[in-house]
Design a protein. Sequence first.
Length: 247
Amino acid sequence: MSNAPRRILRLSGTDTHSFLQGLVTNDVGGVKTGLVYAAMLTPQGKYMADFFLKADGDDILLDADAAQADMLAQRLGMYKLRADVTITPTDLHLHRGTGDMPEDALPDPRHAALGWRAYRDAPQEDDTTDWDALHVANIIPQSGVELTPDTFILEMGFERIHGVDFRKGCYVGQEVTARMKHKTELRKGLAKVRVEGEAATGTPIVAADKPAGTLLTRAGDQALAYLRYDRASGEMTAEDATVKRID
């Protein structure tokens, strides 16, 4: 899934920055200095889509999972009302890498290990990076795998990966997210596990005959898992595999 196709949308118009600021989880002002990683939530505070924002003159480019791009454009259009904002597709292509950063690239804001991102007219060729291994090693959730419509972004580590700003003011789903941050202790969330044996993504994890979570992205003998913390302290199973939390 780490090499899942992306689509780049362009948002233009005099209200673009203020429009996005009232909708997304992070401070859009950050595009002045680099990429901004953010999400859109439902009014109930659940995940809808995640994406990167990049300044392009007065416009903003929105880099989204291709499977979410049409839905995201439609939802943004619903919120637009009379705002001076135009949302259009582009023919730009995402380029990624972990080596020296090209002049037209910006660092991935989630984690230094994820390297850089650039947006170009031609498709990227010969990307042999094992992105799944990097995502697992650094506990980075991915669209459509860890990040699904039934998840809360704080359980997916969004504060740690710089995807949410608690000082920016209101956005859709902000009240629920702030309450989870300040008034509750997370009982479930994303963690890294060691896996011995065969088990596919989506396999339920069981501890002492009780549901303990779900196995997600796997890279070799390590994987990400969504776990109930109170049941994840010892040895668990996922089908025929043995699972143990390591981070």
